[in-house]
Design a protein around this ligand. Structure first.
Ligand code: PLP
Length: 394
């Protein structure tokens, strides 16, 4: 007996593997600082937890429509209209278990064998995994440190072809914390005019975790709404990773296709979780502001600390809760250094190559951990590094 051929093309998210290795070391009595996993360490705000408890008591314990409860779709439509500045109808929204299924469903709904999909590299690993799984041609769009972890619009234009079926964008970005410049976004929208069959998946899951300026969605640009599917969710903004609640916004034909995939896959999202989601969208937002302020404080600590380590150079990202230091000065490859930091310093982080080949020479740290733990990790790395690193000629 053996697995289907298509299965061999499926990738994964290394964060979960590193977490498992870190936990195994902890089980042996080692103390590990977790800077690998991308989830807020805060608890879901109380008003949202209370809304879920009440919903359970009110009987939201049954199946609902595959695309989401009507009241939840309405709340998503209003929230997206308010935060992005374009009008959205409830029929143009779908609630799904987390942000991830929007990647899965968009690709399953749009991509035939051989279709080209442009995606950020380094980028969220599920993009490349799902493109390959669907039999599409994965076309990496390099995200470079020298562009402040944006991409070069000229490079993007060169990758567009008549076979481009989908362009995946992610701003603010995982793993770099980069934000797409307005000029880059404008150039993308202008370039796409010549390729009317290409759709855009705009992953905006970090839209609220920003430290500078306002979030801007490519979907709000003229001519873009009908060809974009927007991904956002509750995991990061309201610390709801374990609830599995996210949403997509897009043209009705694509939302309907996704709803059919949802019927085949998970039927519907937990009804009480959707009621809690409405409270997240419409309720008080002070907890989001407090969380972002605390992330900013931690960002400053980790960026300063990493820049003081031998062989490390770290930009200051304007968004998300990740940093992506350049480690070329250590003389080690990303994976070798990440493995050594886990075993020798007790610091769990991810090699940049977990996010694609253009991540070589970098590590990703998630600073969704306390300042105290971040400082502990920095001190442990400082003492372990001289034993590990081969200072390269810079
Ligand atoms: N998109 C990006 C860029 C992410 O970093 C993540 C989670 O890490 C997701 C989507 C998926 O989020 P969720 O946990 O809501 O499925």
């Amino acid at each position: 007996m053996k697995l289907a051929h298509s299965y061999s093309r499926l990738g994964t998210e290394t964060a979960f593997e590193v977490l498992a290795r870190a936990r195994a070391l902890e089980a042996q009595g080692r103390s590990i600082v977790h800077l690998e996993i991308g989830e807020p360490d805060f608890n879901t705000p109380e008003n949202i937890r209370n809304a879920a408890k009440k919903a359970l008591d009110d009987g939201y314990t049954h199946y609902g429509p595959s695309a989401g409860l009507p009241e939840a779709r309405k709340a998503v439509a209003e929230y997206v209209a308010k935060t992005r500045g374009f009008s959205v109808a409830p029929e143009e929204t779908i609630l799904v278990p987390g942000g991830k299924p929007i990647i899965f469903f968009t690709i399953l709904a749009l991509i035939d064998a051989g279709d080209e999909v442009i995606y950020p590299n380094p980028g969220f690993p599920i993009y490349e995994s799902m493109i390959n799984y669907a039999g599409g041609k994965a076309v990496p769009l390099p995200i470079r440190e020298e562009n402040g972890f944006d991409f070069d619009p000229a490079e993007f234009e060169r990758l567009l072809t008549p076979k481009t079926k989908l362009v995946i964008l992610n701003s603010p970005a995982n793993p770099t914390g980069g934000v797409m410049a307005e000029a880059t976004m404008d150039r993308v929208a202008a370039a796409l005019k010549k390729f009317p069959d290409a759709m855009v998946l705009t992953d905006e899951i970090y839209s609220r975790v920003i430290y500078k300026g306002r979030h801007r969605s490519i979907m709000s640009l003229p001519g873009m709404k009908d060809r974009c599917i927007l991904l956002d969710g509750f995991s990061k903004t309201w610390a709801m990773t374990g609830w599995r609640l996210g949403y997509g916004v897009g043209p009705k034909w694509l939302i309907d296709a996704m709803a059919k995939l949802a019927t085949n896959d998970h039927s519907c999202v937990a009804s009480f979780a959707q009621i809690a989601g409405i409270e997240a969208l419409n309720g008080p937002q002070d907890s989001v502001a407090a969380m972002v302020a605390e992330f900013k404080r931690r960002r400053d600590v980790i960026v300063k600390g990493l820049n003081s380590l031998p062989g490390f150079a770290c930009l200051t990202p304007d968004a998300s809760f990740y940093v992506f230091p350049n480690i070329k000065g250590t003389g080690l490859k990303s994976k070798a250094l990440a493995d050594a930091l886990l075993s020798e310093a007790g610091v769990a982080c991810l090699p940049g190559t977990s996010f694609g080949s253009f991540g070589e020479g970098y590590l990703r740290f998630s600073y969704a951990n306390s300042v105290e733990n971040i400082e502990k990790a920095l001190a442990a790395m400082r003492s372990a590094l001289p034993k590990l690193a081969v200072p390269a000629a810079r």
